[in-house]
Design a protein around this ligand. Structure first.
Ligand code: NAD
Length: 524
């Protein structure tokens, strides 16, 4: 199809963004090889689906064991290729993947079990039903560079445990981590999980192969292209997109806790996080104290080597976008409170440092308020009260997640219920990603479909309703012929169900039973 015609690079460059130095070159997969991978995945899919969930879990735990055996190599590769502190590679990528894998190993069989539906009503109406959950077949997974290990496994896990085979296309920005993911999948039977490498053209070829389900984690712009391409085949898609997440600091917040949590939520992974805090709404009465604490703690962050707190950005396009958002904001009147273009480690030979940056005095016409920055920039926005904060959090941009900071847990939960987002945390931010038992996903611009939890697993199966006629010796009232008795039986049945009072309902019952008996006698 048209969109797969574009050519991409033959080789992908793995680069250390802390220094600009090239680490390796990885060959890109050709379109023909993508189609072969999907064909092999399709061939082995029935055998993989035929295993029961516990049998698959038994095989899949080899991936977790492989992570354990190669932990240092995995963490070094992620840290080097992303410019990410080792602590973040360990926590948000590897620990996250292991916890999610363990959760699936322990629970997938329960979540995928056949379910009885309808209960007594099903029996009363003569059609008790069951829902069976069957895998789609071949899942195409397309993942980004910001958590290249954790997110590849987040897409692979539920798809594989649910009984699909998967062809994964990780980001071309981090091909070294893509190779690591390929190597930890090696113990699986051939064709069950395959990695293809390449840029958008390879992703497009995968969507167009076609696959039976697509799991996409990335930007809204690419999401739109993938949704359009998948629509040509009516392929369902899970869309995990970005956010411009709000943190709301209430007048009664524990400001020490809020400033620490928000500092981390804004600058973890140098802000290159789908759920990074990109807007801080602070109630005016505590704004000065909150800002003071935040800036003081920011001043104590160490940015640099792999054992520091804040890494570099991961690729040039992202650095350019952050620099553009900062200069646009300053040009339109925002005040720089920390960081900015002249702060942080000096860039040479293509290194990608950008200092954690805080501004205030922002307005809605600024790029940084309209679009996801996906980098180390956060504005502080003063509001009169919590109501204004919630209104602006909902109206001024879109949230994948959000957070509310208050000393009253109860009030926090009530306020959380008014914020439009896929997840809202009270006195924490973005942590529900780690709550692997809870569904994760967006709303509106931040995507649709879910990963994690039972709903996440159910994204990768379709339900089949099996109904069994519980009274095969009796013909159905709605079968031919349609005579007066049939009409009366329907009319009185509706009366017995729909009438407002018990007395009126009961008045319909004898007539309903009598006409039912007469109607059934006449059925062909
Ligand atoms: P991106 O959209 O540029 O790329 C994502 C993936 O899509 C890459 O593998 C890329 O090669 C592939 N791709 C590009 N064009 C394609 C096409 N036409 N057809 C098929 N595949 C194509 O995103 P990115 O820059 O890698 O990642 C950053 C974005 O991801 C941010 O917006 C971030 O918020 C979002 N994100 C969301 C989540 C979540 O859980 N919701 C998690 C992490 C990142």
């Amino acid at each position: 199809m048209a969109q797969t015609k574009a050519r991409g690079p033959r080789k992908l460059r793995s680069v250390n963004p802390r220094t600009g130095e090239q680490l390796a070159e990885v060959p890109a997969t050709t379109k023909a090889e993508v189609l072969d991978s999907v064909a092999v995945a399709r061939k082995v899919a029935p055998e993989w689906a035929a295993l029961d969930a516990r049998g698959r879990a038994h095989i899949l735990k080899a991936v977790r064991h492989n992570i354990y055996s190669h932990l240092d190599e995995i963490v070094e590769t992620i840290s080097l290729e992303c410019g990410k502190p080792r602590a973040e590679a360990l926590s948000a990528e590897v620990l996250q993947a292991v916890v999610s894998w363990l959760y699936l190993e322990r629970t997938a069989h329960r979540h995928l079990r056949e379910e009885r539906l309808g209960g007594p009503i099903g029996y009363a109406l003569g059609l008790p039903t069951k829902a069976q959950y069957r895998p789609y077949g071949v899942v195409g997974a397309i993942t980004p560079w910001n958590y290249p290990f954790g997110l590849a496994l987040a897409a692979l896990g539920p798809a594989l445990f649910a009984g699909n085979t998967v062809v994964l296309k990780p980001s071309e920005v981090t091909p070294g981590v893509g190779e690591i993911v390929r190597s930890i999948l090696e113990p699986l039977p051939v064709g069950v999980a395959t990695v293809v490498q390449g840029a958008g053209n390879v992703g497009a070829a995968l969507v167009d192969a076609p696959c039976d389900k697509i799991c996409f984690i990335g930007s809204p712009e690419t999401g739109r292209k993938i949704a359009a391409a998948a629509a040509q085949h009516l392929t369902p898609v899970v869309m995990e997109l970005g956010g411009k997440d709000a943190a709301i600091v209430c007048a009664d917040a524990d400001l020490d806790l809020a400033s620490s949590g928000i500092l981390w939520g804004a600058f973890v992974n140098a802000g290159q996080t789908c759920a990074a805090i990109e807007r801080i709404y602070v109630v005016d009465s505590v704004a000065d104290e909150f800002s003071g604490l935040l800036l003081d703690k920011l001043g104590r962050l160490r940015q640099g080597a792999s054992d520091s707190d804040v890494g570099s950005l991961t690729f040039k396009k992202q650095w350019d976008s952050v620099a553009r958002h900062v200069s646009d904001a300053i040009g339109k009147g925002a005040r720089l409170l920390a960081g900015g273009p002249d702060a942080g480690p000096e860039n040479k030979n293509g290194s990608l440092w950008y200092a954690p940056t805080v501004v205030d005095g922002v307005s809605e016409d600024m790029e940084a308020m309209k679009h996801e920055t996906f980098g180390p920039l956060v504005p502080i926005i003063r509001v009169q009260d919590e109501d204004e904060a919630i209104r602006r959090a909902n109206e001024e941009s879109f949230n994948l997640t959000a957070s509310v900071w208050t000393r009253s847990g109860r009030r926090g939960v009530a306020l959380a219920g008014r914020v439009k987002a896929g997840a809202v945390a009270v006195n924490a931010h973005g942590e529900s990603w780690g709550a692997v038992w809870a569904p994760w996903g967006g709303v509106g611009e931040s995507g649709y479909g879910r990963l994690n939890g039972r709903l996440g697993l159910h994204e990768f199966v379709y339900s089949v309703t099996i109904g069994r006629n519980a009274t095969p010796g009796i013909k159905r009232l709605w079968w031919f012929p349609y005579d007066d008795a049939t009409e009366d039986a329907f009319r009185h049945s509706i009366g017995a169900l729909a009438a407002p009072g018990l007395k009126e309902k009961l008045e319909h019952v004898p007539a309903a039973l009598d006409s039912l008996r007469r109607a059934l006698k006449a059925k062909l």
